[in-house]
Ligand binder design. Structure first.
Ligand code: GRF
Length: 202
């Protein structure tokens, strides 16, 4: 399957996806053909370039509305023949139009065990709530933020000495396993989104 990855920053999840799809022993069944960033000069773009993957910067500030920006992104994905879109630290909310065009082929990673701790600073939210485990979730994208059927979750312990930084790091390590695993499930047809928007295991 031809995969497009949308990023805004450091791209460590992008790197995990690049490494996994290129590892012939993992049989992910996917190829990353395009990386789109809404921010120029980020490390994620350099990771893509180093891997020889086409990149495109589409700055949301150059568009009059969210929908126009989304349609520009959509156009790039279509032109590249993308079949599956992975959001990997992409810091823009996508319009209903975009989500509907890509529903079932659009996935995201969130640094908490959804449905807990949606939105930004999920790791800080977990620390403030005092839970003793957290983790990450890869899910199909719906117009509502951090909603959508769950494909893979990985847990991590929360240690009594954890700070936001140490927890972010531990969860990232889990993310780098969970995202390739979820992409493989989707790309190889082991999972899909049912018409009821619930997960369907094939
Ligand atoms: C990750 O924590 C991911 O869960 C969240 O944004 C962060 C992106 O990190 N959606 P990176 O750019 O992949 O390093």
């Amino acid at each position: 399957k031809r995969v497009g990855v949308l990023i805004s920053g450091s791209g460590t999840n992008l790197q995990a996806l690049i490494d996994a799809v290129r590892d012939p022993t993992q049989h992910v069944g996917a190829e990353i053909v395009l990386v789109v960033s809404n921010v120029a000069n980020v490390e994620g773009l350099r990771r893509a370039e180093r891997a020889g993957i086409a990149t495109k910067v589409i700055n949301h500030k150059n568009f009059g509305s969210r929908v126009e920006f989304d349609m520009a992104v959509n156009q790039e994905l279509i032109s590249a023949g993308v079949e599956i879109v992975c959001l990997a630290g992409f810091m823009r909310i996508l319009s209903v139009d975009f989500v509907e065009k890509w529903r079932g082929r659009l996935i995201n990673i969130h640094p908490a065990l959804l449905p807990l701790f949606k939105g930004t600073h999920a790791q800080r939210q977990a620390l403030e709530a005092g839970v003793r485990v957290s983790g990450c979730t890869v899910h199909f994208v719906e117009p509502d933020i951090d909603a959508g059927a769950i494909i893979v979750q990985e847990t991590v312990p929360i240690e009594i000495y954890d700070t936001e930084e140490t927890l972010i790091e531990r969860i990232k390590t889990a993310e780098h396993k969970a995202y390739p695993a979820a992409l493989k499930l989707l790309a190889t047809g082991k999972v899909r989104l049912g018409s009821d928007k619930k997960i369907f295991w094939c």
